[in-house]
Design a protein around this ligand. Structure first.
Ligand SMILES: *Cc1c(COP(=O)(O)O)cnc(C)c1O
Length: 350
């Protein structure tokens, strides 16, 4: 499908003149910097943080794009992927006019971000086995449906969404399709970033918060056409990624083997947890997972949740969520944590 990004973009942004930061106007590295009202002496901390960071995170992007095999002008970095999600609403959805299509049960931030931006959502439930109801999505979309969010592996169900279904929707949806791959590293599936060349309306979102173990640093990625990335760069807060985050992540990406090792360990632990949970009579169903968590159906979700909290074990009660009656979402922990959980469940079970 031919799409013109400028017709999807909110009209006032076509002519927006973005903030020009001191670091935009002079990009040289050395000199006497008296342009940004920074503290010339240093910081109150032992390490210095007195200079504004690179607003476009060029060094970090170069490294990430090499790892991901995507050109750096197809990469946007956000203060968590939640920032990218918010910026997409702000860029493409006119409040009270446009809509986003959501596929519940799914990640809660899409709905919250839509609501914050006063954007209506159209909800088309996943099928009973948490796959796309492609026909229903195509039936429900309207000329003002600007964004379609597909989460794969899906949170909270944990499963991969069938690739052919996603491709078919990207090809037929007249707006932008966001494929949220927060859990891709656990999935055994190739990323949709390989499809960016074929689909100008595709946006892939990933995060450093899960497999990379960097949730506290707040760093998310959006991959899309240079045109869409340009729009996100134009409307983002100038210094959205802190210098500390840029520095720490760049250092860490020198050797990605710890991430690969932890991911392998988590997958092994997921298998262990799955096997052990299956033997508990309290557990009625364990949904197949391609992520670092398990959705399980139990006899009495709310009570089980409360009993676990009493044992100081916190899981996520998803029992009020569509298609997730009596379900708990459990993050895969270390072996010791998983054993603690299993012991508690056996105690509750009695
Ligand atoms: C955890 C998660 C994210 C990550 O958000 P960050 O803001 O990058 O921490 C994004 N999408 C989904 C579906 C998630 O579960």
């Amino acid at each position: 499908m031919e799409i013109d990004i400028n017709t999807l973009l909110r009209p006032h942004l076509v002519v927006l003149k973005p903030y020009s930061s001191a670091r935009d106007e002079y990009t040289g590295k050395s000199g006497v910097f008296l342009d940004a009202n920074e503290n010339p002496y240093g910081s109150i901390t032992t390490e210095n943080f007195n200079r504004y960071p690179d607003p476009y995170q060029l060094a970090l992007k170069e490294r990430i794009s090499a790892i991901k095999g995507v050109h750096s002008d197809q990469l946007f970095l956000g203060n968590g992927s939640d920032e990218a999600i918010d910026l997409l609403f702000r860029a493409f959805c006119r409040p009270g006019v446009d809509q986003a299509i959501l596929l519940p049960p799914t990640y809660g931030m899409y709905e919250v971000s839509a609501a914050i931006n006063d954007v209506e959502t159209i909800k088309v439930p996943l099928t009973l086995n948490f796959q796309l109801d492609t026909n229903a999505i195509l039936e429900w979309m309207t000329p003002t449906s600007k964004l379609l969010f597909i989460c794969s592996p899906n949170n909270p169900s944990g499963n991969n969404i069938h690739r052919e279904d996603i491709l078919s929707l990207i090809a037929q949806f007249p707006g932008l399709v966001i494929v949220d791959e927060a859990y891709i590293d656990f999935s055994g599936e190739p990323s949709f970033t390989t499809e960016l060349q074929n689909y100008p309306n595709l946006i892939v979102i990933q995060t450093f918060s899960k497999a990379w173990g960097l949730a506290s640093l707040r760093l998310g990625m959006a991959f899309a056409s240079p045109e869409i990335i340009g729009i996100l760069n134009k409307i983002k807060p100038p210094y959205n990624i802190s210098g500390l985050t840029q520095q720490k992540v760049l250092e860490a990406l020198g050797d990605i083997s710890p991430m690969e090792r932890m991911t392998r360990d988590i997958l092994q632990e997921r298998k262990f947890l799955e096997q052990e949970l299956a033997s508990l009579s309290l557990v009625e169903k364990i949904y197949p997972s391609n992520a670092n968590f398990l959705l399980i159906k139990v006899k009495a979700a709310k009570k089980t949740y409360d009993d676990l909290v009493h044992e100081k074990i916190i899981v996520r009660d998803r029992s009020k969520v569509l298609l997730c009656d009596e379900c708990l979402r459990i993050t895969v922990g270390t072996r010791a944590e998983n054993e603690t959980l299993l012991r508690a469940l056996k105690k509750i079970n009695r």
